[in-house]
Design a binder for this molecule. Structure first.
Ligand SMILES: NC(=O)c1ccc[n+]([C@@H]2O[C@H](COP(=O)([O-])OP(=O)(O)OC[C@H]3O[C@@H](n4cnc5c(N)ncnc54)[C@H](OP(=O)(O)O)[C@@H]3O)[C@@H](O)[C@H]2O)c1
Length: 338
């Protein structure tokens, strides 16, 4: 099969397509012939060598995809050859075929296209876990979503709007704000033009109750300051992380920009800081399937669809990384294999 093997860290073009042996499923594993794969920001970080839980090189990156099972281990009970599944994994989807335990193969959505089915698992689960499992959203909560025009952001906006919340979001271009207004956002802020905290303070009589934070640095600090009493801020990422291993100044800046909190500050302002990392949850098959079930019921009920902003051919996967890193992508980037 063809696959991208990460042999050294660096710019998008360290990713090179090459021949690799077809993986063989054993025991409870299924092999999925991938049709489409979704690109995630975490894969940019792992390509650069900045992702803590990435495996030792060389390895095939890629956390998700959609395809057809073409081979199964002898202990598989849930699926058969020919079934279509969504794959959520820690790595391995930048390939024509990948093997996963059957418990990590997720049921696709009937109302979504193949492309959309490849684009929903990681972003949808991240947004769902942040808003529902961590923040335990109430309909009366005012919700602020940072990086709202991206993959996780556009899913989070849709989930919170469908739940009935007032939703504010930030993005770095007017084009992304247009997309967010189509998704029904109440106030969208281009943070390159306006200070998001000032806009929220001036346009609302109040602060916000829930923040989905994925940037870090000043964005985190200003978001905390906007929280109402009993507010909750969910740290789901820090896209602003700018660690250059060879530059000690950047070590200090990175440390300073990582979200931090003090118990005394929490107590004085009555708010919670929470975090979750899907990479650690995916191998917990029972929990994963229970969360997927809740998310699926909600997604079907509200007819939610991931926003696929860009598609690339398999050979152009490095260009997809380049686009995501440029901060100009909107919604999800998908790679078509077949
Ligand atoms: N905890 C988890 O389990 C989990 C799972 C999936 C993703 N994540 C995290 O969620 C975030 C979004 O992931 P995604 O895959 O959906 O990516 P994405 O949002 O589609 O792309 C990243 C976006 O972040 C925004 N951003 C803001 N400040 C940035 C900065 N200083 N540098 C780079 N980008 C910046 C950019 O949009 P604007 O400039 O328009 O804001 C950029 O387009 C990432 O931080 C990712 O690591 C966490």
């Amino acid at each position: 099969m063809k696959a991208y093997l990460l042999k050294k860290h660096g710019n998008p073009f360290v990713l090179k397509m090459e021949d690799a042996p077809d993986p063989i499923p054993i025991k409870n594993e299924v092999r999925v012939k991938l049709k489409h794969i979704g690109i995630n920001y975490a894969e940019i970080l792992s390509r650069k060598g900045l992702y803590g839980w990435a495996p030792q090189k060389p390895y095939i990156p890629g956390m998700e995809g959609f395809g057809e099972i073409d081979s199964i281990g002898d202990e598989v009970t849930k699926y058969k050859v020919g079934d279509n599944v969504i794959v959520g994994a820690q790595f391995g989807s930048y390939a024509e075929k990948m093997v996963i335990p059957e418990g990590q193969a997720l049921k696709p959505f009937a109302h979504l296209t193949d492309i959309e089915n490849s684009a929903i698992a990681i972003n949808g689960l991240t947004a769902w876990i942040a808003l529902m499992n961590l923040a335990r959203l109430k309909k009366t909560d005012k919700v602020l979503i940072q990086a709202a025009g991206g993959g996780v952001g556009t899913m989070a906006v849709q989930i919170a709007k469908a739940f009935g919340n007032t939703v504010y979001g930030t993005a770095g271009s007017d084009k992304k704000l247009e997309l967010l207004s189509q998704l029904g956002i109440d106030i969208g802020i281009n943070y390159r033009k306006d200070d998001f905290a000032n806009v929220i303070k001036s346009k609302t009589n109040n602060g916000v109750d829930v923040v989905l934070e994925m940037v870090g640095g000043d964005v985190y600090k200003k978001s905390v300051d906007l929280l109402n009493p009993f507010g909750r801020i969910m740290i789901m990422g820090f896209a602003g992380l700018d660690l250059k291993k060879w530059n000690p100044y950047s070590w200090y800046k990175t440390w300073n920009d990582l979200p931090k909190t003090k118990l005394s500050h929490l107590a004085e302002n009555s708010y919670s800081v929470m975090a979750s990392h899907l990479g650690y949850l995916l191998p917990n098959e029972k929990l994963l399937n229970s969360i997927w079930n809740d998310f699926s019921v909600f997604t079907n009920k509200h007819n939610l669809k991931p926003i696929v902003g860009h598609t690339f051919n398999f050979e152009d996967l490095p260009k997809a990384h380049e686009l995501m890193e440029s901060r100009n992508s909107q919604g999800k980037i998908v790679i078509a294999i077949f």
